[in-house]
Design a protein around this ligand. Structure first.
Ligand SMILES: Nc1ncnc2c1ncn2[C@@H]1O[C@H](COP(=O)(O)OP(=O)(O)OP(=O)(O)O)[C@@H](O)[C@H]1O
Length: 365
């Protein structure tokens, strides 16, 4: 059974439709990431579920019950919101106890529950501290303990890690995932950080302008984006615009790009596409030096010749920018451990990628 179900939920601010007919369900114990650019309606959706914002139409159900008329404290929802900081005048223990007292948890149970929650978020021994005496990461752990203390039916996390620096963010992200899994929490996490969304969510929901444009596993969203917006928003990408020239057997079509290059794409949809946007992920491209000799022709492989423009060794990855004829630039990302050819700017190379790695988006303009 779904713990949460939104049925055609819409919210307008004046003429502006912030949430536009959203339908969303989530099963018990699953973590759903809500991802999208600033202003696409993620926070408004969470606030509607929590009961802080009323929706204009549609139905919000928690465990099969319409909760549209219930106040926030009457819904058993755990919250960790950007603007829902710890109470500065309360200790760690009092902050964690706050929601429980509000919801009528028996006083006899509260101390052991505080202990359990603080141990879960690795904050045992900090009960008597005030928020100002904690680091940003510690404050977020306490806020998480407070959100989970009432054993909520749904946990809503709005940009839970955004205030932290990059390294701590990644560390806490891994912990957060483990904690949510250990308590079997049904969770929606809002983020505009794609890496966070893909790593935390069992499934990812991508929103644009108040609407859901795709829902899928992190792998589906990355490897099979529903449209150009999702492909551009999730992951890095190289883009070409082209028109079909030839069609071959096995779903392979060749496109001539605006810059005059030929790119072959293999896709179930390629038969329908006259003009199309072609997307190639930087990780799908291999670099082959000129010195490596001729590359055997293969109708399902692309070979583009260019000149290395920039090489950026970024720790585990190397980012290489290739300039193709017509000044188009192609980003190639290789793992350091691949021992890619030690290319240098100005060197001629070939960028090689499979026709099946080209994502095609039909251009209906
Ligand atoms: N109280 C309000 N009054 C008027 N407009 C609002 C209000 N709250 C949100 N909006 C508008 O609704 C749209 C969606 O806002 P929302 O905060 O849900 O976006 P978001 O996807 O969470 O963005 P961000 O990632 O920047 O937090 C935006 O255009 C915003 O300006």
């Amino acid at each position: 059974m779904n713990v949460l179900e939104l049925k055609n939920v819409t919210k307008k601010y004046g003429e502006h439709v912030a949430v536009d007919g959203v339908c969303l369900d989530i099963e018990k114990g699953k973590v759903l990431s809500l991802l999208g650019p600033s202003g696409c309606g993620k926070t408004t959706t969470l606030r509607i579920i929590a009961g802080f914002t009323s929706h204009d139409s549609g139905i919000v159900e928690i465990s099969g019950k319409n909760v549209g008329h219930l106040r926030p404290y009457e819904r058993n929802v755990g919250l960790l919101f950007q603007d829902y900081a710890l109470f500065p005048h309360l200790t760690v223990a009092q902050n964690v106890a706050y929601g429980m007292r509000y919801r009528g948890t028996p006083s006899s149970v509260i101390p052991s529950r505080i202990k359990q929650m603080l141990s879960l978020v690795r904050m045992s021994g900090m009960e008597g501290r005030y928020p100002a005496q904690l680091s940003g990461g510690q404050q977020q752990r306490v806020a998480l303990a407070r959100a989970l203390a009432t054993d909520p039916q749904i946990v809503l996390l709005d940009e839970p890690l955004s205030a932290l620096d990059a390294k701590l963010r990644v560390e806490l992200r891994i912990e957060l995932k483990e904690i949510l899994r250990s308590v079997d929490a049904t969770t929606i996490v809002v983020t505009h950080d794609q890496e966070e969304a893909l790593s935390l969510g069992d499934e990812v929901v991508v929103m644009q302008a108040g609407k859901i444009v795709q829902r899928g596993t992190p792998t589906q969203i990355y490897a099979a984006p529903a449209d150009k917006f999702v492909a551009e928003f999730v992951g890095r990408s190289n883009w070409f615009h082209g028109a079909t020239r030839d069609r071959f057997t096995g779903g392979v079509s060749s496109y001539i790009t605006s810059e005059g290059a030929e790119i072959r794409a293999k896709s179930a949809q390629s038969e329908q596409c006259g003009r199309a946007d072609l997307c190639i992920r930087p990780e799908s491209i291999e670099l082959v030096e000129e010195a490596a000799g001729a590359i055997a022709p293969d109708p399902e492989r692309n070979v583009l010749t260019g000149v290395v423009f920039d090489v950026a060794p970024l720790g585990a990855d190397v980012h290489v920018v290739i300039e193709l004829p017509g000044k188009t630039r192609l980003l190639v990302i290789r793992k350091n451990i691949d021992r890619i050819p030690a290319v240098v700017p100005g060197q001629s190379v070939r960028a090689v990628f499979a026709a099946s790695d080209v994502l095609l988006f039909s251009d209906r303009r």
